[in-house]
Design a protein. Structure first.
Length: 196
């Protein structure tokens, strides 16, 4: 089955077309290449802002359940949630909106981030020196049809694994900060004793 049979696939907005030349008061968060992390999450602190000349069509704004894919290496797919909905999606990305009766966005997110799929994407960039893939590739992307129940099972396990990995990273960061402060405190106390 082709992805285009179960989802709408379109390129993001060419930003220069709707960019405000002077302050318009219409500002959106903007997905950029920096904000898309290799593990498939969006770093909210890396989002830019986009001042538009007019209100943008919803087709260019991320919606909950959209799968957004980088059109350049490493071709990372991200899943839009309530934190990232409403952001402008630039032409550096393709926007995939699934018909959830046929394909679950969470499953597609997992599928497009598989190493074999990324390798296939890379091989289909052709002679393009920038290594960019065309949005049309995703319309023609062939996938094995699985039942919604099977998709839900795979997607659930993938999202659980990603959540656990994120929590472990947060725990490691907190522990590193804790030990850094502890060592600094010991050093400060020992320095004071040796001075006095």
């Amino acid at each position: 089955m082709k992805l285009g049979d179960s989802a709408s696939v379109r390129s993001g907005l060419v930003l220069s077309r709707k960019l405000a030349r002077e302050p318009s008061g219409i500002r959106y968060p903007l997905l950029n290449l920096r904000s898309i992390q290799p593990d498939g999450h969006i770093d909210l602190e890396q989002l830019d802002f986009y001042d538009a000349a007019e209100r943008l069509s919803p087709e260019y704004l991320a919606q909950i359940g959209d799968v957004i894919v980088r059109l350049s290496s490493p071709y990372t797919a991200v899943l839009i949630d309530s934190d990232t909905a409403g952001a402008v999606v630039s032409s550096n990305f393709v926007i995939i909106r699934c018909d959830s009766r046929e394909i679950l966005p969470e499953y597609l997110f997992w599928l497009l981030n598989r190493p074999e799929v990324k390798k296939e994407i890379y091989e289909n960039t052709g002679s393009n020196m920038l290594g960019a893939i065309k949005a049309k590739y995703f319309t023609e992307f062939e996938m094995i049809p699985l039942s919604i129940a099977d998709q839900r099972q795979i997607a659930g396990m993938n999202l659980l694994a990603k959540r656990e990995a994120a929590l472990l990273r947060q725990l490691a960061d907190k522990k590193e900060r804790y030990y850094e402060l502890l060592v600094q405190d010991i050093y400060r106390k020992k320095s004071e004793v040796n001075r006095g």
